[in-house]
Unconditional design. Structure first.
Length: 275
């Protein structure tokens, strides 16, 4: 296997742990592995004393070697530490009208891998859920497990944030206030009758930013995707108040999960984030 400080082989296993699991974050420190993490490492992945793997936490990767294992706890000794580069700017965030749960779960996994910083679930006129409910809250723990699993798989240094769900109109209002205060925010939304290419929308945003009196560059780009029913006419008008353009994803009608991957992929390419 290559040096830890170099490019690791893809088969190196990674696991997410919490800061309180460390007695020290330096070489020679110990990491406690318990609960679901212990079950996954020992019972599912068959790791045992002498095995080495990475644990991830707070922008760092720790190469650990298992030094002890009991029924309730495994301990790993830190052999090497490396810093994981943070997500580059501009950061991409996704605002998504809540689709069916299985679709939302697929989106979560792919957006972690795509390097999206944050997902804002939205109750919209045509979303699967129109308002907060026990059904939504009952899924939140599962959503976090999906995010953690995808984080481990792709090796990013911080978890993607999943924000509390909001009504679309409320979120647009909050975002409008941020922009009015000079926040470095831009955005666009995919719309079935939109005809503006994403590249041109970003160029327009860059021109608007250059003509602004603010010295702060636009560092956050919001991508809005509707649920299975798309956005209503009133919601499209709300986007217009933000100055967010309607962009096209091509002539074909895309599923929600496909639209998310397509839009974020093009954004990352045009923003030179595929590095």
């Amino acid at each position: 296997m290559p040096q830890f400080g170099g490019r690791l082989e893809l088969r190196m296993r990674r696991y997410w742990v919490e800061s309180e699991d460390f007695d020290s974050r330096e070489v020679g420190g110990l990491v406690r592995l318990t609960g679901d993490t212990l079950h996954h490492i020992r019972d599912v992945c068959r790791q045992d004393v002498g095995d080495r793997f990475e644990v991830l936490d707070d922008g760092h990767a720790f190469l650990v070697e298992v030094v002890s294992s009991t029924k309730r706890e495994m301990q790993g000794c830190i052999r090497e530490v490396r810093e994981i580069e943070p997500l580059p700017f501009p950061r991409v965030r996704l605002a998504l009208a809540i689709p069916r749960f299985n679709v939302f779960e697929a989106v979560l996994e792919k957006m972690v891998e795509m390097g999206v910083e944050e997902i804002q679930p939205l109750f919209s006129d045509n979303s699967f859920l129109k308002t907060d409910s026990e059904a939504w809250r009952g899924k939140e723990a599962r959503f976090q497990k999906i995010i953690q699993s995808a984080t481990q798989q792709c090796g990013r240094g911080e978890k993607m944030r999943l924000m509390p769900a909001k009504k679309l109109s409320e979120f647009v209002g909050d975002l409008s206030s941020e922009i009015n205060r000079g926040a470095a925010v831009s955005g666009l939304f995919a719309y079935e009758v939109g005809n503006l290419p994403i590249k041109e929308a970003l160029r327009q945003g860059a021109r608007n930013s250059a003509s602004s009196s603010s010295e702060e560059p636009k560092k956050l780009v919001w991508a809005f995707i509707g649920g299975e029913g798309g956005f209503s006419r009133e919601e499209v008008q709300n986007f217009a108040t933000l100055g967010f353009p309607a962009v096209t994803l091509g002539r074909q009608v895309l599923r929600v999960e496909t639209a998310c991957v397509a839009l974020v992929s093009v954004l990352k390419y045009e923003l030179d984030l595929m590095r």
